[in-house]
Design a binder for this molecule. Sequence first.
Ligand SMILES: Cc1cc2nc3c(=O)[nH]c(=O)nc-3n(C[C@H](O)[C@H](O)[C@H](O)COP(=O)(O)OP(=O)(O)OC[C@H]3O[C@@H](n4cnc5c(N)ncnc54)[C@H](O)[C@@H]3O)c2cc1C
Length: 642
Amino acid sequence: MASFLKDNDDLLFYFEKWIDWKTLSAITEYGYTSKGGFGSGDEAVQFYREVAEMMGEFVATQVAPHAAEIDRDGIEFNDGEATFPPRIAAIFDQIRELELHGMCLPRELGGLNAPLMLYLIHSELLARADVSVMAHHGFHGGMAMAMLVFSIQEGTTVIDADSREIRETRFQDYISEIARGSAWGCMDITEPDAGSDMGKIRARGEQDANGNWYVTGQKIFITSGHGKYHFVIARTEDTAEPSDSFAGLKGLSMFLVQTYEERVDGTRRRIVTIDRIEEKLGHHGSVTAALSFERAPAHLVGKRGEGFKYMLTLMNNARLGVGFECLGLCEAAYRAALAYAEDRGSMGKKIARHEMIADYLDEMKTDIQGIRALAMYGAFHEEMSHKVSLAQKFKVKDARWAGDAGEHALRSHQAKARRVTPLLKYFGAEKAVEMSRRCIQIHGGNGYTKDYPGEKLLRDALVMPIYEGTSQIQSLMAMKDCLGALIKQPQVFVKRFAEAQWRSLSSRDPNERRVAKLQVLSMSAQQFLATRTAAGKLKALVDKPILEWNRELTKRWDPKKDFALAMLHAERLTRLLTDEAVCELLLEQAKNHPQRRDVLERYLERAEPRCRFLYDEITTTGARILQKIADEDVGIRAAAAE
Ligand SMILES: Cc1cc2nc3c(=O)[nH]c(=O)nc-3n(C[C@H](O)[C@H](O)[C@H](O)COP(=O)(O)OP(=O)(O)OC[C@H]3O[C@@H](n4cnc5c(N)ncnc54)[C@H](O)[C@@H]3O)c2cc1C
């Protein structure tokens, strides 16, 4: 039987050889002590394997063959309600019967208590079949998990101290409803005037004299927005500096809003109105809704003013999810292109054997392996950071996750996940667009028709660099994290730099030398941007008393002004950081699994000239654009003053 798991050697390598399932299962099962849980790691891993094999066959046979139909049918919107056409509805009936909605939820809440890693692998498989189905599926278990995690964070979940079972949790009924597949949630952040700039959010959260909360405002572009339970970000505090986006983030709070209730006759009473369903370029099987909230009753999640913090948790997981979504789409584009190129002939040979096409296909395969290396690494450390934190909260007696060792493990997992998540989102999304476009190109004229999958893949891919934080926003985050760390702890950077330089010259393994050279190039670019940034800041200090220098240098950074050159080059730096991270991960794999040397060497062959070019661009361009912006700013200020 066709299987999207079994036909994928790279994915199987991770499943069978790389993912530390034993550690994931031990922490997910609290050391195999929970009632009704697995008795050992082997038992747990065997179960994960069976679930993954079942998913691989399900998506290949029950979802992928219907992708074109799902795309054609779109969504029905009548009398203020959005509904799925029969095909996609039938797929979700099957998913419900397979009990996949509660994959990661604890058993006592109706779930399978599987690791997040298994769910993300499932996401890749589903996205290879159809990204709309994958996106909607994500708004089931993902939202139920968020309800549970937020309740634990705010202290409204009661756990049995011995069995570690959940006795009660704040949104228990909603979670169970979602686990049964009778409802789903969504994430309402974007507004007409607030997308990347979340500080501009205007939806209001207000409390009445009895302490009840209500949300009023408009949200747009909400995926699966016809769902029942919405996490909504709304403003509860006014900011003293309305023009300052960063100040604006502090006044946001997170709410959970039920958007409709069922009447006894089976009809719905809408609490939140669906104004319209967007007609989009792609993702036709996924609902994208514009919504109006008019004093909708709401539950405040956590403390008021902490909305941004909760939203980051949601978004971090969502960005990982998009990374796996991109991976699935890239895999679909590559496989369609390869199959066509191996079948069709031109000028006496198969297209796949023409040099340029062979090069395209090789690059696509290599990039997919790079994205997957980042995705698996990010997923593992993100999951571990959540679970170590829970293990500490629930006082699990395991030396790895308790006390100082636990604290150290937590910080290390958090830092690793934080480093690669924006890189994965950026790289996966940009490659999804590039690869689906190449898929069309390799199909020639056929690629431009609806008879072949490329055009749908490209339409579906084009949103990936936009939602869950655009590629530019991911680049800014990656740049600020890396230059911020350098400026805060220059001694750590200098040590890492010296070590990389030493390895680039002295390592016995030629591949290790090559990876070290790439690290040196990346760190040289970082150093260049940091010194330019600091030099600009130092120039501005000339007019200030020397006693204020320390405070200005360590605290008063104005991200808009001080980081101008770094912001201009943020995307280039992100591409460098991505190649550096992928090569480090592939090198580690090659050291432990000789069959992975080939993957590393293919990736390095392409990354080395690319990184030299990026370094050159970063260190030699940009001044003219910055001058132009500065001159225009002067003009804008002068016009405003008149
Ligand atoms: C199909 C789809 C589904 C979506 N699903 C959801 C959802 O479920 N929930 C939700 O809340 N939202 C959702 N969104 C909204 C999405 O997250 C936003 O569209 C996205 O964050 C960008 O915001 P914007 O559209 O306002 O663009 P803008 O923020 O106006 O950005 C426009 C352009 O300017 C760039 N830009 C902005 N600021 C900077 C900067 N400082 N530096 C450099 N460049 C910058 C951006 O990168 C982009 O290229 C969805 C959107 C789509 C299309």
